[in-house]
Ligand binder design. Structure first.
Ligand SMILES: [Cu+2]
Length: 117
């Protein structure tokens, strides 16, 4: 009985550990659309669309079927965002995103977005 209990406690603490491993992190970058993020900049799309700035381009590209992503130009990394409502108002802006990184290491489960980075 005691042995069983010990095994139970042990396995529960393992479960706890694996959940605890995913901590909330802070990510910085720019809210961009997935199309332009894949190309590394808005340059091509802005010419095609005639968008006057990053915000217009981002919003335009998302309307065309893109998704809001967090693009870090320094690290050249693209993070998918599970929340597509919060990023809308920050389109084209530098932001700080707080959230947990998914198992794929590419998706942020957004808890908050703040302007500035
Ligand atoms: Cu764009």
């Amino acid at each position: 009985m005691n042995k069983l209990f010990a095994i139970l406690v042990l396995s529960l603490s393992f479960v706890g550990l694996s959940f605890g491993a995913v901590k909330e992190q802070t990510f910085t970058g720019e809210i961009m659309d997935s199309q332009c993020a894949n190309m590394g900049s808005h340059d091509v799309m802005m010419k095609q669309e005639g968008a006057k700035d990053a915000k217009q381009c981002t919003t335009g590209c998302v309307k065309m079927g893109g998704r809001y992503v967090l693009f870090n130009a320094t690290e050249k990394t693209i993070y998918q965002l599970d929340d597509q409502n919060k990023p809308a108002q920050f389109a084209g802006e530098k932001v700080t995103v707080k959230g947990k990184l998914g198992k794929d290491n590419k998706t942020i489960h957004v808890s908050s977005i703040q302007s500035g980075s």
